[in-house]
Design a protein around this ligand. Structure first.
Ligand SMILES: Cc1cc2nc3c(=O)[nH]c(=O)nc-3n(C[C@H](O)[C@H](O)[C@H](O)COP(=O)(O)OP(=O)(O)OC[C@H]3O[C@@H](n4cnc5c(N)ncnc54)[C@H](O)[C@@H]3O)c2cc1C
Length: 365
């Protein structure tokens, strides 16, 4: 049976990053993935992901984001790929909405550059937005988008270059602790032993983690690409930012500038509504050129949610040699670079300098 220092199960956003970081530390790494790279069954496809610094979800994410930005830029240099596109970012809503007040809280706590814009100023600077009076926006320049397929590929490239064995179309069917203290991993093709196991299976976490009391739910989310009525020029990345818009009633949607093919992507972030009709209805008062646009494409992608929408990154409660990570709840991709580093820390030394208290499993016990 082949033996490894670290096996990583799931080579999506987080697993590819973990493979790159662990392999770069000189460890014998095996990465196992049930599908091909770039597949569309999980959570890391769809061409773009928002990245932003003044994190409205909680100020504790900001130091992680600072390191994530650094690592994404390093990955760009190491692989010669463009992974980031900085466009600036707007968090739009009422002054008391989570996206606005939470961003302000993070910015104040961490001294982040930002501006507050009123409705007229939002429309003046970014004409496709038509906010009603009373709506405001938190604006920061340190925001933009990431290309997830390229980024996963870049991490896999670094992992392979550092000697990691990466096996695709090889689903893991079982893992268990051996009496020797090692971990055995079984797949549809083979059996392996490892000193440490990292589980980053995305939407398949409930089954693979095997932590019966962990309340994860998987929710499909649809991404839409529109050709705006009146053309895509006002949506060009040089003049149109990424944004999240809280329209009240628990509904938030977000979007991106036009891509190289003049397609403008939008999606619900948090909302019970799911279809094209409700997407257009939400857009109509806010970005009428998109609401009246032609829908070009839609793709479904999986959120893996915790009840508090914070991540899970911890050591397995029954198996101290196993590290589990479910950094999703619809907002994890931007952290993949730093989460790779954290998982490598936990698997190789049992601790990390990064602040991950928010992500402990014990909060669900
Ligand atoms: C529609 C949508 C929009 C999003 N927008 C944003 C955004 O704008 N910004 C942001 O930061 N985040 C965003 N997110 C969240 C982000 O994309 C996820 O947090 C991230 O992709 C999760 O990565 P992951 O590695 O956990 O999952 P994945 O990338 O899905 O990887 C898990 C991998 O594990 C593999 N696997 C599972 N079980 C097994 C097994 N038994 N054997 C072998 N392999 C296995 C799967 O095939 C998969 O490849 C969004 C998510 C979605 C769905």
């Amino acid at each position: 049976m082949a033996g490894f220092d670290v096996i990583i199960v799931g080579l999506g956003g987080m697993g590819s990053a973990a493979a790159a970081h662990v392999a770069a530390r000189g460890k014998r790494v095996l990465g196992l993935e049930q599908f091909q790279p770039g597949h569309t069954q999980g959570s890391s496809h769809g061409r773009s992901r928002v990245i932003r610094l003044a994190y409205f979800e909680h100020p504790a994410y900001v130091p992680l984001l600072r390191r994530a930005y650094e690592l994404w830029r390093k990955l760009e240099r190491d692989t010669g790929r463009q992974l980031l596109q900085m466009t600036g970012g707007l968090m739009i809503g009422g002054p008391d909405s989570d996206v606005v007040s939470g961003s302000l809280r993070s910015a104040r706590e961490h001294g982040l550059d930002h501006e507050m814009l009123d409705a007229a100023e939002i429309h003046r600077r970014f004409p496709p937005f038509t906010p009603r009076q009373g709506i405001v926006a938190f604006y920061e320049t340190e925001a933009g988008l990431l290309f997830p397929e390229e980024s996963n590929q870049a991490h896999l490239e670094v992992a392979a270059r550092s000697g990691a064995e990466l096996r695709f179309e090889e689903p893991v069917t079982e893992w268990r602790m051996l009496r020797s203290g090692a971990v055995e991993v079984r797949t549809t093709r083979d059996r392996y032993q490892t000193e440490r196991l990292i589980l980053t299976p995305g939407a398949w976490a409930s089954w693979l983690f095997n932590i019966p009391w962990l309340p994860l739910t998987v929710e499909p989310q649809v991404l839409y690409w529109f050709a705006p009525s009146g053309g895509a020029v006002p949506f060009a990345p040089a003049r149109f930012p990424i944004y999240i818009w809280d329209v009240g009633g628990g509904v938030q949607f977000y979007g991106f500038p036009a891509d190289d093919h003049q397609r403008v992507k939008v999606a619900f972030f948090r909302s019970p509504a799911k279809d094209e009709h409700s997407m257009r209805a939400a857009l109509a008062p806010c970005i009428p050129a998109l609401a009246a646009g032609t829908m070009l494409e839609s793709v479904s992608c999986k959120y893996t949610l915790t009840p508090d929408h914070h991540f899970v990154i911890d050591v397995h409660p029954d198996s101290p040699k196993v590290v589990v990570a479910s950094p999703c709840s619809g907002h994890g991709y931007k952290f993949a670079s730093v989460i790779g580093e954290i998982l490598a820390d936990l698997a190789t030394s049992g601790a990390t300098r990064h602040p991950i208290d928010l992500f402990g499993l014990s909060r669900f016990r």
